[in-house]
Design a protein around this ligand. Sequence first.
Ligand SMILES: Cc1ncc(COP(=O)(O)O)c(C=O)c1O
Ligand SMILES: [Zn+2]
Length: 419
Amino acid sequence: MNKIKALKCKECGQEYPPVAKHVCEFCFGPLEVAYNYDMIRQEISRKVIESRPRTLWRYWELLPVETRDPVTLGEGYTPFFKSRNLGKYLGLKNLYFKNDTVNPTFSFKDRVVTVALTRSRELGFDTVACASTGNLAGAVAAYGAVGGFRTFVFIPADLESGKVVGAGVYGPNIVGIKGNYDDVNRLCAEVADNYPWAFVNVNIRPYYAEGSKTLGFEVAEQLGWRAPDHVVVPVASGSLLTKIYKGFSEFRDLGLIPEFHTKISAAQAEGCCPVVTAIKDKSDIIKPVIPRTIAKSIAIGNPADGYYAAQTVAKTGGYGETVTDAEIVEGIKLLARHEGVFAETAGGTTVAVLKKLVELGSIAKDETVVAYITGNGLKTQEAVADKVSKPHLIEAKIKDFRELYDRLSKEKSPEPVHA
Ligand SMILES: Cc1ncc(COP(=O)(O)O)c(C=O)c1O
Ligand SMILES: [Zn+2]
């Protein structure tokens, strides 16, 4: 028996064979992978998981592939640590960070791509593609190269250079679209209809999305086999947020962790917040917006899983909050200066929203809180380049350094390192 049972419509429950397909023919609802949990329950245990290498493939039974030979770069099982300083600064006793900035291509997208490309190979595709806000492009390009695929990545033309170079170095075909991500996504839906490719976030989306569950699995395992009280998650399409919840739920259903009551909170930029708006309005309708924010990686104005993300936040008792671009920059600096982690704009959004939720009293001081830091700051240097410490230029002479040192000693440090 295979562990993948079917692709199942999230709306009407219609089942389909597990092929490259993402929309229900009856109701146009999205398809999700359904598993043979009875079989999985016989095979998975904490002991089995703990005995395996420290990559996300340690959760093999719960990932939608049949092969034991994935397209992998050793992604996942990234650092999880208790806050060294920011918790104290914010007044939180049990603040943790999940640091996905150190994945092979420096974002959590490696999780979804290792799964998507492994399944694509299993389904017989030789060409892979994606519509990306930046991080996905780098991941598909790297895994596509190593997996021996022909690769096409579609991005908005105005992305940060770290994202463009960070994809281009792996040698993919990069298509820059004169428009925003929603324009890219619209075009890609059409391209996917016209070319027999594995489009990781179009026809392969049901498998791809499952990779994000591992951010739920890992946090539960790294916390000592329990789910936290509260998590803060950056939201673009909304897929990551819904899958973190699915990860905790599967672990509970399989008896790997006890019952959980994790509040799942959504972080978005004020300049692109269709999901948080729906959460705040208690609305079932996600109204598309035109993104205007420095947080380009999460700038999706018409999010595919926005409805499900808003439902998950509501059902878990979580919150949705937004922050300005200036607060995002402050969030990046707060995390760097208190914890030594350089996050990209999505991470700055998460940290700034975390701070706001504490200030609003929505996060209690003794809650076990996890902030998901999903991408690396070296890819979005433009966002902070003129707002961080700069070199003091001097000649290579001790006299010049002495002068500089004396001057600096007299000046009040403009920015305290941390409280
Ligand atoms: C760094 C980063 N964090 C978070 C997200 C949000 O992921 P999702 O589209 O699953 O909501 C993205 C999406 O591109 C991202 O690049
Ligand atoms: Zn349906």
